[in-house]
Design a protein around this ligand. Structure first.
Ligand SMILES: Cc1ncc(C[n+]2csc(CCOP(=O)(O)OP(=O)(O)O)c2C)c(N)n1
Ligand SMILES: [Mg+2]
Length: 364
């Protein structure tokens, strides 16, 4: 079966040339210099986190390298009251929702359960169970409908691999028939660990939406402006009662799946080289430079900010405190729970049986 390759919505080419698309005009919120800064800073956090994992300071890290534009563009399209549901790679979205990167590092260091307040940041907890968050998001969006909160919308992030999960199909069905104000933002980074995208679907992923009765669109996920404009339009449609949209952000995972993975075992180096030429940050740099919108001072000041952020991340990570062993029982439920309380008491008694040892020594 030959499947026709669809057009991408693109507003900035890999060479940094601006392309006009009357269906996707840019509004004042599209501050490209700010987006450049966002992308550069989250890439620095990512680079530092990988190095910290290699030094034994983090248990794991899931890199966003290559996906900065999809994340920053879509997240900058959100209004303050919109709710975002991430998977586990959405460090750029977290950044735009005002979450300090140290919160993410604490999670991947294993000293925190990812316990930020989703309401405070309008950013839900990271979800490792593939595709699960599409149901959470759809339920939340249906809740907004029932509350009459028609100035708010929801966005949910998931991967190409997640589209093969039953949860995602269920979420599509519910969102469609209830016309829920949710934007499904699929980052098609071409890989689900070692499974290539062509083992997930015979048709382009965005076309899945039509079977469920709502629009789907493919955007160049390495183009921050297009990611912004397409998401902005889909969110506006959701708020206006037009229901869900599926956005397929066509991008590439330039790094390993996580720090436990070695992609050289299953993909060609030439593939990475092809995508390197479409780097999401380089094209913005080229555009800003060519159009004279940014001078050398601007680029130098963002680089310096990245250096400072990198230093803060490196130093801060090592200073993150270990939690007390009994604390893990405190966050299982919002309130007290008799069974968890009993388990906590049993564990406390067990710890006390190690006479003369500190909590840290016992934990070891
Ligand atoms: C329900 C479930 N099945 C399997 C896994 C193991 N797993 C973790 S990541 C992953 C691949 C996901 O790929 P994709 O959805 O494309 O997201 P990406 O990692 O590329 O961002 C799998 C299978 C899981 N976490 N949850
Ligand atoms: Mg993927």
């Amino acid at each position: 079966m030959t499947v026709e390759q669809p057009e991408l919505v693109q507003l900035l080419t890999p060479e940094g040339e601006r392309v006009e698309n009357p269906a996707y005009p840019l509004d004042d919120g599209a501050d490209i210099k700010e987006m450049y800064r966002d992308m550069l800073l989250v890439r620095r956090v990512d680079t530092e986190a990988i190095a910290l994992q290699r030094q034994g300071e983090l248990g794991l890290w899931a890199s966003l390298l290559g996906q900065e534009a999809a994340q920053i563009g879509s997240a900058r399209a959100l209004s303050a009251g919109d709710m975002a549901f991430p998977s586990y790679r959405e460090h750029g979205v977290a950044w735009c929702r005002g979450l300090d990167p140290m919160r993410l590092l604490a999670l991947f260091r294993g000293v925190d359960n990812g316990s930020w307040d989703p309401e405070e940041h309008k950013f839900h907890l990271y979800t490792i169970v593939i595709g699960d968050q599409t149901l959470h998001a759809t339920g939340y969006a249906m809740g907004l409908q029932r509350d009459g909160a028609d100035n708010e919308a929801v966005i949910v992030y998931f991967g190409d691999g997640a589209t093969s999960q039953g949860d995602v199909s269920e979420a599509f069905a519910w969102a469609s028939v209830f016309n829920a104000p949710v934007v499904f933002f699929c980052q098609n980074n071409q890989w689900a660990i070692s499974a290539p995208q062509d083992k997930q679907s015979r048709v382009p992923l965005y076309q899945r939406a039509s079977g469920f009765g709502f629009p789907g669109i493919r955007v160049d996920g390495n183009d921050v402006l297009a990611s912004y404009a397409v998401t902005k339009k889909a969110l506006a449609a959701a708020r206006e009662g037009q229901g869900p949209t599926l956005i397929e952000a066509y991008t590439y995972r330039m790094g390993a799946h996580t720090t436990t993975d070695d992609p050289t075992r299953y993909r060609m180096a030439s593939e990475l080289e092809t995508w390197r030429l479409r780097d999401p940050i380089e094209r913005v740099r080229a555009y800003l430079h060519r159009t004279g919108q940014a001078d050398a001072d601007f680029f130098a000041s963002v680089d310096q900010e990245a250096d400072e952020l990198g230093k803060r991340v490196r130093e801060g990570c090592r200073l993150l405190p270990d939690p007390a062993p009994l604390e893990i029982f405190d966050h299982v439920y919002a309130g007290r729970n008799a069974i968890v309380d009993e388990e906590q008491a049993q564990y406390a008694a067990y710890l006390e049986s190690f006479e003369g040892l500190t909590e840290k020594e016992i934990a070891r």
